[in-house]
Design a protein around this ligand. Sequence first.
Ligand SMILES: Cc1cc2nc3c(=O)[nH]c(=O)nc-3n(C[C@H](O)[C@H](O)[C@H](O)COP(=O)(O)OP(=O)(O)OC[C@H]3O[C@@H](n4cnc5c(N)ncnc54)[C@H](O)[C@@H]3O)c2cc1C
Length: 376
Amino acid sequence: MTHHRGLTADDSVATAAAVAETLFADAAERDVAAAFPAAALRLLHESELMMAPFPVRLGGTGLVEPAAVDALVSVLRLVGGGDLSVGRLYEGHVNAVALVGRYGSAAQLERLAEDVRAGGMSGVWNAEGAEPAGLVPEDAGWRLAGRKILASGVGSVSRPLVPVARDGVTLMTLPRLAPGERADLSRWTAQGMRSTATGTVDLAGLPIGPDDIVGRDDDYRRQPTFFGGAWRFCAVQLGAIDRLLDLYRADLVRLGRGADPYQRQRVAACATAAETAALWVGRAAGMVAAEARPVAEILAYVGLTRGVVERAGLDTMEAVHRGLGLGAHLRPHPVERVCRDLATYLRQPAPDGAMADAAATVLASPEPARTLWRPA
Ligand SMILES: Cc1cc2nc3c(=O)[nH]c(=O)nc-3n(C[C@H](O)[C@H](O)[C@H](O)COP(=O)(O)OP(=O)(O)OC[C@H]3O[C@@H](n4cnc5c(N)ncnc54)[C@H](O)[C@@H]3O)c2cc1C
């Protein structure tokens, strides 16, 4: 079945810009509720953003295709600027659809599109703790074993993409989960990102048929897609950095404090941080999409981008806190919430390792600094 709606990836950017302001307006309520943001996700469904990562023939806008990478940067940035928790959930959904599109069969992508059109969503649940996920064979297929931890949207994500170990390799599985099934949110006590419903999921016994296995052995870990995909969370984080600059500026104007030279210095620092992050994220996304440079170089660039965006986020939060003072720590000032969310979401896996691997690539490169990351 084809579903041509004639929308383009640029239409998704325009939609995201409109949706972001609605998300921002309701973000405080969601933060207090600290539950899965069902209404916000409905909004993403109604506005077609949940379908956007699918190809046009399946009713999407081709948002994860290489040619649309600039649009995807903008959409993630906008949704993140609306509400970082919703941005996190959306980024996971986009990543899962991209993985099924890249490594799965046409039929698997079609089925996932049907599920999403019917109101479902995906996400990538990879992190694990003491009970790693595995695959146990049985007559007609397999059953999952173990648990995933730090899984966003547990209890609500209906078709998660779950990488599991089997015979020393990683396989992507796409189980089906009913609402509330197997979800434990009791340990999600984080200061921020409270409405991501990030928790533990007990996978033991979930049936997996041949159609629920996506791609081949270790496709999930294929580079530069695996580590290189980190640019997407950087784009979501960038949205919060943008938002902090907007909020800081608005308060300075409202309070008539914009002429003060110290405040101007901080505004300049925030504007520089946001634009620096944007330039790195845009370039990293483009390099991953093009796959035209050596893999180590692409990964190094993305690794450095993570550090740049983390630094930009930390610097912006410090400047805004110092510039607005105590007021920025008092609820319901939106800076209070955005900073809690950003501080939490900046914590991503192995930041030291990403930086050190990038440095090792630079050390090993024969390129002079001037032509690092660029064709000579
Ligand atoms: C809001 C939110 C939602 C999330 N949702 C999902 C999801 O849906 N799916 C999913 O799979 N994951 C999810 N995660 C988890 C995420 O992918 C990371 O696993 C998590 O954020 C890692 O954070 P960490 O600070 O514990 O990382 P760590 O890697 O433990 O880093 C902590 C510190 O330890 C250092 N370090 C790391 N390894 C070593 C080592 N071997 N020796 C010494 N030092 C080391 C790091 O450099 C860093 O300084 C989510 C996280 C957040 C915050």
